[in-house]
Design a protein around this ligand. Structure first.
Ligand code: NAD
Length: 362
């Protein structure tokens, strides 16, 4: 069966790593018609927006998309396209597995974790009041009038909403996915001891959902700071972690570091209807245009995508070929080479790495 899939190459290293991904996916034996769509700063001149409506329409029509990273200007300029996509399509699950790959020289072996990050709420909801604005002043006055506390008048404010609805659906998804994948334990991560009305709600709702799975799945909760320490001490104590948005973002990068760095950490954003697959990492501007970035995270995101669309056989073949190339250690990109040897000498380019995988696929 031929699949039509929206492809957003993105910017920075995005076009190079997505090209590598396309080549190896095509070599894995699946038939895909790629609908290439733009997004990001480069679109603004032509379309007047960094997220053209045609790009969103294509994802809605095909229901499956894979993307490269997109640069977000820091502090000023347009808000993150990635956040906008997740909100527009209500992609409430951000799934980020962290699995050891032999041959990467990673600090830890035998890591096999699944991070389930809530993707629509929390400090990422995009509700912000700029320092000095009428909105910030009004909010500061309201907080004082309510007797809820004093906020300095020269403050910028970001709102952290966490709802029962949003928490219930992400925790339920985490349990269902844990069950479907024969996982043994779900850990809810929070800071409920300090943020009682947001993280406290997350914890209590997670406990409530967990009660419905008591017979089939172990459940525990961890305070986020202790959880980070626990992960670094012994990641094998964890299995599936479910977290509010910001902690999920940070903890998934921590786990990516444990298994060899951002270059190899894949991800997916999943909603009721659409799913967008993308690496955890960003556009790595300093490596852009040099044909040197590691496309592994993008390729592993494609492996997740192939599984999602029912192409299990191709997913398995591609996953094995990728891991075989890394295990041999001859054709690896600069980041893995540096971890293995302390130097980037002998590293191969993005395109040569893809070519080695294509060769391995036969
Ligand atoms: P980054 O992930 O782009 O880069 C951090 C470092 O990780 C890089 O310097 C590089 O050494 C390494 N790295 C990342 N990907 C790599 C790869 N494939 N191969 C080898 N090394 C790799 O993070 P950043 O510098 O904080 O962000 C750059 C831009 O990307 C920002 O504008 C940020 O907003 C954006 N971003 C986009 C996404 C997304 O599109 N989903 C995600 C995160 C960040």
């Amino acid at each position: 069966m031929k699949h039509t899939i929206t492809l957003i190459p993105g910017d920075g290293i995005g076009p190079e790593i997505t090209k590598a991904m396309q080549e190896v996916v095509e070599a894995s034996g699946v038939e895909i018609a790629w609908e290439v769509q733009p997004a990001g700063a480069a679109c603004i001149d032509e379309y007047g927006t960094p997220l053209p409506p045609a790009t969103l329409d294509s994802i809605r029509k095909n229901q499956i998309a894979i993307k490269g990273p997109i640069t977000t200007p820091v502090g000023t300029g347009f808000r993150s396209i990635n956040v906008a996509l997740r909100k527009a399509l209500d992609l409430y699950v951000n799934l980020r597995p962290a699995v050891s790959i032999p041959g990467t020289g990673a600090r830890y072996d035998g890591v096999d974790l699944v991070i389930v990050r809530e993707n629509t709420e929390d400090l990422y909801a995009g509700i912000e009041f700029e320092e000095g604005s009428a909105g910030a002043k009004g909010l500061i006055d309201y907080v004082a009038a309510e007797g809820a506390g004093q906020i300095r008048p020269d403050s910028g404010i970001t709102i952290k909403p966490i709802s029962v609805t949003g928490t219930r659906r992400i925790v339920t998804w985490a349990f269902e996915s844990a069950k479907a994948n024969a996982r043994l334990k779900v850990t809810a991560v929070h800071k409920a001891n300090i943020q009682k009305f947001s993280d406290g709600l997350f914890l209590h709702t997670a406990q409530d959902v967990a009660a419905g799975y008591q017979a089939e799945m172990e459940f525990e909760d961890r305070i986020v700071d202790a959880c980070c320490m626990g992960l670094v001490m012994d990641p094998t104590n964890f299995d599936v972690l479910v977290l509010p948005n910001l902690y999920g973002d940070i903890v998934s990068d921590l786990c990516a570091g444990m298994v060899g760095g951002l270059g190899i950490a894949p991800g997916a954003n999943i909603g009721e209807h659409e799913a967008i697959f993308e690496p955890v990492h960003g556009s790595a501007p300093k490596h852009a245009g040099k044909n040197e970035a590691n496309p592994t995270a993008e390729i592993l995101s494609a492996v997740m995508m192939l599984r999602h669309i029912g192409e299990e056989e191709a997913a398995k073949r591609l996953d094995s070929a990728l891991k075989a190339v890394i295990a041999k250690g001859e054709s690896v990109t600069y980041d893995i080479k540096r971890t293995l040897t302390g130097s980037t000498d002998g590293a191969v380019s993005t395109s040569d790495f893809a070519a080695a995988i294509v060769k391995e696929l036969g």
